[in-house]
Write a protein that binds this ligand. Structure first.
Ligand code: ZN
Length: 144
């Protein structure tokens, strides 16, 4: 027994991100040979296969919602309903994740910001991962 104090788990466990000034920036790898950016950072280029020259880069904190859905039936530990979607970052990376919004309030093509938060609760406590939050159209330009 540990007295009920459990530290959160992270996904991915390598925590490929930094937080500064309220902004979350994910880390990707950029290939020196072909320029393709991947997330999370890869030791080998997933596009051209280069085994060297993968440099860690900070990805944009704001992306464009490519598509989304709302989950009503989920594995144990997920609080339904919740929204998920694919988000395109300017670097050419398409991410999948939860969105802190009601699906009825989302629009394809809108701007969303990367954030961190619990995505599910394991038996040991919350699992923290990157996710997205909707940006009002007015302030999207200011942040991006
Ligand atoms: Zn490459």
């Amino acid at each position: 027994m540990n007295g009920g104090t459990s530290s959160p788990a992270y996904f991915p466990a390598s925590r490929p991100w930094t937080e500064a000034g309220g902004m979350v920036r994910l880390h990707g790898s950029k290939c020196a040979r072909c320029g393709v950016v991947a997330f999370p950072p890869h030791p080998m280029c997933p596009s051209c296969g280069a085994e060297r020259g993968q440099h860690v880069v900070e990805l944009s904190g704001v992306g464009t919602l490519y598509t989304f859905s709302e989950i009503h039936i989920a594995p144990k530990g997920f609080a339904t309903p919740y929204a998920v979607g694919y988000v395109d970052l300017p670097e050419g990376v398409r991410l999948f994740g939860q969105i802190d919004a009601k699906a009825s309030e989302l629009k394809i093509g809108q701007q969303v910001a990367v954030t961190l938060g619990p995505v599910r609760a394991d038996t040991g406590g919350a699992v923290i991962s990157y996710k997205f939050k909707a940006l009002a159209e007015g302030n999207a330009k200011g942040i991006a």
